[in-house]
Design a binder for this molecule. Structure first.
Ligand code: NAP
Length: 311
């Protein structure tokens, strides 16, 4: 940490967006610190396999994150393993407060805090978290070797993780509320041709029930007929979308109705010098390559912003 806690740029969040921002900031010779409270890599770190990041036909999510981290550190990026609890806009400079009370200051701030899995909000979900209910196949799939599990959702995450689980579990049901998946066609084709996966369309989970040993069954409701039934499963993996981690977004910065930060094409928010990148920012699609691109854009724009402030 600098002696006076003053930086050119503070980046909050160490996923692909934040780490790429860090790399480009170092290339622009900005005095930069990246704050990350957990494992660097964000959501990608808990993704089993990535096969659409250019240059890598197939790479483990965690391995890809390690490469990002290694690359950022190679440029000499300072990484503080602390929790940021507030980003406070100022006139002369902006500030970031850490949970230990430290106040860091900078000309520009890049918010790269990503997002978190959305919950289904059905009875039994919270009570059985860790006892059969999971939001991460890579983390918990191992515990369901040769067992029957349900995957809930129809997006890329649900399809990718169902494919992963089909290699571990005895049987995987995919429960989706409509009759068509939202996830990419290539993943759909793989899911449809995987014999260990059975797809239940037009159905929602109404409750998750457990016994002493953990989850035993889920209640399903047919969205067309309204009919209910029980399905015996020992695990429920919930992938019904994503919510942006926007608690650090200062008041006065515009967000859309789902909480994603609205920026201009430089990834700059309504407050000059405060940028939002990656899964936190409203954009057409959420992809690792786009998060990295956001990080690059915001760092270049920060460098320009800081240059004009110092001139
Ligand atoms: P998503 O694309 O938003 O999909 C969420 C899925 O959950 C949708 O199928 C949705 O159904 C369903 N859903 C939402 N609320 C529900 C509820 N209350 N009950 C039942 N089902 C519900 O989320 P995601 O799969 O986590 O992906 C997030 C972003 O990351 C996307 O942009 C995705 O493309 C990207 N991603 C990319 C990759 C990759 O390229 N390899 C991997 C993972 C994620 P409806 O379809 O009916 O709305």
């Amino acid at each position: 940490m600098t002696e006076d806690g003053m930086y050119d740029l503070i980046i909050i969040g160490g996923g692909p967006a934040g780490l790429t921002a860090g790399m480009y900031a170092m290339r622009a010779a900005l005095k930069t610190v990246l704050i990350e409270q957990g494992v660097a890599g964000g959501q990608v770190a808990v993704t089993e396999q990535v096969d659409n990041y250019p240059g890598f036909i197939e790479i483990g999510g965690f391995e890809l994150c390690e490469k990002f981290l290694e690359h950022a550190k190679w440029y000499g990026l300072e990484i503080l393993e602390k929790e940021a609890v507030a980003a406070e806009p100022g006139i002369e400079c902006h500030s970031v407060r850490l949970s230990d009370g430290t106040l860091l200051k900078s000309h520009a701030v890049i918010l790269a805090t990503g997002g978190t899995s959305r919950q289904l909000e059905v009875p039994g979900e919270n009570e059985n978290f860790g006892k059969g209910v999971s939001y991460c196949a890579t983390c918990d799939g191992f515990f369901f070797r040769d067992k029957t599990v349900a995957v809930v959702g129809g997006g890329d995450t649900a399809l990718e993780d169902a494919l992963y689980l089909s290699k571990v579990a005895r049987k995987v049901y995919i429960i989706h509320r409509r009759d068509a998946f939202r996830g990419s066609k290539i993943l759909q084709e793989r899911v449809f041709s995987e014999p260990g996966i059975e797809i239940i369309f037009n159905s929602v989970v109404t409750e998750i029930r457990a016994g002493l040993g953990g989850v035993e069954r889920i209640g399903l409701k047919d969205t067309q007929t309204g009919e209910g039934r029980d399905l015996e499963v020992e695990g429920v993996f919930i992938f019904v979308g994503f919510l942006p981690n926007n608690v650090l977004v200062p008041a006065g910065i515009k967000t859309n109705k789902t909480g994603y930060v609205i920026t201009d094409e430089k990834c700059e928010t309504d407050i000059p010098g405060i940028f939002a990148v990656g899964d936190l920012r409203e954009k057409y699609a959420n992809q690792i390559v786009l998060a990295a691109a956001d990080g690059c854009t915001a760092a270049l724009a920060s460098a320009h912003y800081i240059e004009t402030r110092k001139a």
